[in-house]
Design a protein around this ligand. Structure first.
Ligand SMILES: *Cc1c(COP(=O)(O)O)cnc(C)c1O
Length: 364
């Protein structure tokens, strides 16, 4: 059994992907070729947003978005402590200071109260909310609570294909950063990322920043930018994968429902508020018996993963950064009790049943 299965998807799309890659090899425009522009407009149409600006990876997408939002060295930016390191790393890489806030115990997203307290205590310029495990964060509450004081940037690296009340991830706040790392819900066969926004000025700025700060002329650089582009081959692959994303999210959704129906009485199953659709990057349960369960499942041939075993504010590189008043007790508790079960669109019913039976037997 696989934790994430890219091979079955590869079989499904083999003809299309092989043809798309061959086409790039034929025309030879490996950087910023026609596939990049085509993918940007196709993803924009799927999301229902005006501008998708692709870049080299999700970490760059966060940095480019932060710079486009005007975050400058010395500024403070609130981030959840229970996330992948890149969320805070991007803040530090633009010279700003990450301020760690707590998350909610049921949905794992940024706790608006903790974020607001951190923002006031540190006079922060804004917050990054993370759509952890694919579930869109509570942007309406966050913008109500902190929107008057600063920006709300979405880290949607795990949530392409998610929705809130029928509105797609990418439209839930002013600017969204995402990743196309292979294991993400929409992934390529290498690194990739994008900044997504309806703001024309912001999109223009990100297009300049990703290409060495170019102005209207390639050799008139008007700001210090960087080299952060999506390869044509990766864009070609993403165009193929985008055609099956909706179908794959549907499959993930059915697997998640099945897991929850059969596990919610023995472990804490993921909570999805009524209006939100998760992209189900991961199916993550909470249990006091986490380590024993992971061991038992491994012996039964079932791969699991712990995202994340340590909150960022307790990690070596991030320990010295400020933390929200009241600390982050929820994140500390979660890091000791979360366990992600196998989740991908092609997980068979038989494998799902094996996972369910094994989790139940550990808890009995
Ligand atoms: C994967 C991920 C990133 C970084 O994306 P890369 O493409 O690997 O740079 C950022 N934030 C979160 C929450 C992620 O899961």
């Amino acid at each position: 059994m696989r934790f994430v299965d890219l091979e079955t998807q590869r079989e499904r799309l083999r003809t299309d992907i092989d043809r798309a890659i061959a086409e790039v090899l034929k025309h030879g425009r490996f950087i910023m070729g026609p596939e990049v522009t085509a993918f940007e407009s196709e993803l924009g149409a799927y999301i229902g947003v005006d501008h998708v600006v692709t870049c080299a990876n999700g970490t760059d997408a966060l940095q480019l978005a932060l710079r486009a939002l005007g975050v400058a060295p010395g500024d403070r930016v609130v981030v959840p402590t229970f996330t992948f390191a890149a969320t805070a790393e991007a803040v530090a890489l633009v010279g700003a200071v990450p301020v760690f806030a707590d998350v909610r115990p049921d949905t794992f997203d940024l706790d608006a109260e903790s974020a607001l307290a951190a923002m006031s205590a540190q006079a922060a310029a804004g917050v990054i909310a993370v759509d952890l495990f694919g579930l869109p964060a509570d942007y309406s509450q966050l913008s109500a609570e902190v929107g008057d004081h600063g920006f709300v940037l979405a880290d949607a690296a795990q949530s392409m294909g998610g929705e809130v009340g029928g509105r797609a991830v990418g439209t839930l706040t002013g600017v969204t950063a995402t990743s196309f790392f292979p294991a993400k819900p929409l992934g390529c066969y290498g690194d990739g990322g994008a900044v997504i926004t309806d703001d024309r000025g912001m999109a223009k700025l990100v297009r300049s920043l990703r290409a060495h700060g170019k102005g209207s002329h390639k050799y008139d650089n008007v700001r210090i930018g960087t080299n952060s582009r999506l390869d044509s081959i990766q864009a070609a692959i993403l165009r193929c994968k985008l055609t099956v994303l909706e179908d794959e999210i549907g499959r993930r959704q059915r697997i998640a429902e099945r897991y929850t129906n059969h596990l919610a009485d023995v472990v804490s199953a993921p909570h999805v508020p009524i209006s939100r659709r998760s992209a189900w990057s991961h199916y993550t349960i909470v249990t006091d018996a986490r380590d024993r369960m992971a061991d038992d499942l491994r012996s039964a041939g079932i791969p699991t993963a712990v995202y994340y075993p340590r909150p960022l504010h307790q990690q070596t590189a991030y320990r010295h950064f400020p933390v929200a008043p009241g600390g982050c007790p929820v994140a500390e508790r979660l890091s000791a009790s979360v366990l992600s079960l196998p989740m991908h669109p092609y997980l068979s019913e038989k494998d799902q049943d094996t996972v369910i039976a094994e989790v139940r037997s550990v808890t009995e």
